[in-house]
Design a protein around this ligand. Structure first.
Ligand SMILES: Nc1nc2c(c(=O)[nH]1)N(C=O)[C@@H](CNc1ccc(C(=O)N[C@@H](CCC(=O)O)C(=O)O)cc1)CN2
Ligand SMILES: Nc1ncnc2c1ncn2[C@@H]1O[C@H](COP(=O)(O)OP(=O)(O)OP(=O)(O)O)[C@@H](O)[C@H]1O
Length: 158
């Protein structure tokens, strides 16, 4: 991921703190910090259900457990980055298919975030284990396909 072209050119990168068998993102976060990138994490929106905010994450950030039992940075409006300032958005996923369709945890959070991603100048990329690839996923009308997925063994692009 650190040698993936959009990441090399990025100043701001959002990713996620792994839980429940997701590929461990800790080494990647430290690599991004070392490369001088600003790292952002998703925070459940305090009053807009189903939406995410992206907050700056540094080695001294205070983390709290949200209602979905995931660690997230403590809400401080000064740490929020608007989506149009985000260069790369690394998304978690449960499974992805041969066309770049993404299955998530079912909250619709990333489908909402990724609406109109092209207009935001944002580049989304999924991060997953190799075994999370499947032939074909059922597609719902709101599902947004990913232009790229990175796994430990390879890069997929569509
Ligand atoms: N590491 C990580 N962070 C992430 C996500 C993710 O997939 N991975 N998300 C990706 O969107 C968002 C959170 N999405 C989630 C969606 C559903 C559940 C979940 O456990 N749902 C339970 C019901 C929980 C409840 O309502 O009490 C369930 O479906 O059984 C957790 C996270 C934002 N942060
Ligand atoms: N752009 C959207 N606007 C409004 N509702 C949406 C949008 N995208 C998804 N939803 C709603 O969110 C719900 C969950 O969607 P879905 O099962 O595709 O989530 P997911 O992609 O698996 O989850 P996540 O993105 O959080 O990992 C659906 O019931 C859908 O109605």
């Amino acid at each position: 991921m650190l040698v993936f072209e959009p990441v090399i050119h990025a100043q701001t990168v959002a990713l996620f703190l792994s839980f429940d068998g997701e590929l461990n993102t800790t080494p990647l976060i430290e690599g991004l910090w070392q490369a001088g990138k600003e790292v952002y994490l998703p925070v459940l929106h305090p009053f807009s259900p189903g939406n995410l905010l992206f907050l700056r994450y540094t080695p001294t950030s205070r983390l709290v457990t949200n209602r979905l039992k995931i660690l997230e940075p403590e809400l401080d409006v000064r740490d929020v980055l608007p989506l149009n300032k985000l260069d790369v958005l690394i998304t978690p996923l449960v499974a992805f298919d041969a066309k770049g369709q993404r299955l998530g945890m079912g909250g619709g959070f990333y489908d909402r975030t990724l609406q109109h991603w092209q207009q935001h100048g944002l580049y989304p990329v999924g991060l997953a284990h190799d075994c999370q690839q499947v032939d074909e996923l059922p597609v719902e009308q709101w599902d947004i396909p990913l232009p790229a997925v990175v796994t430990p063994s390879r890069l997929w692009q569509w």
